[in-house]
Design a protein. Structure first.
Length: 118
């Protein structure tokens, strides 16, 4: 699976950004698609995930209610809508994929930077 993330940028606190991830290379119906992030000086952490089929979602407590993950089966894209952004959301965001039942993500895209100013 090849993944290409885009949509990062600089935004003020309280603002919003939309990240997109284009997936290609495999039939995605058996995959879990995830967004993870790594802030400067911190370990990478889980943000959100979605089963390709059916569309079941999961969120980190820190973003639940503010972020929404979705997928477009026809365009093979995964979207992370991020609302009410906070300075602590500043990080390098990665799109990733893993087979259902696997614990670790095995396919990664290049990260996209999100910077939230206070």
């Amino acid at each position: 699976v090849q993944l290409q993330a885009s949509g990062g940028g600089l935004v003020q606190a309280g603002g919003y950004l939309t990240l997109s991830c284009q997936a290609s290379g495999r039939t995605l119906s058996m995959y879990v698609m995830g967004w993870l992030r790594q802030a400067p000086g911190k370990q990478r952490e889980f943000v959100a995930s979605i089963l390709w089929s059916p569309s079941r979602t999961n969120y980190a407590d820190s973003v639940r209610g503010r972020f929404t993950v979705s997928r477009d089966k026809f365009k093979n894209t995964i979207t992370l809508q991020m609302n009410n952004l906070k300075p602590e959301d500043t990080a390098l965001y990665y799109c990733a994929a893993k087979m259902r039942g696997e614990s670790d993500y095995e396919h990664w895209g290049h990260g996209t930077h999100v910077t939230v100013s206070s």
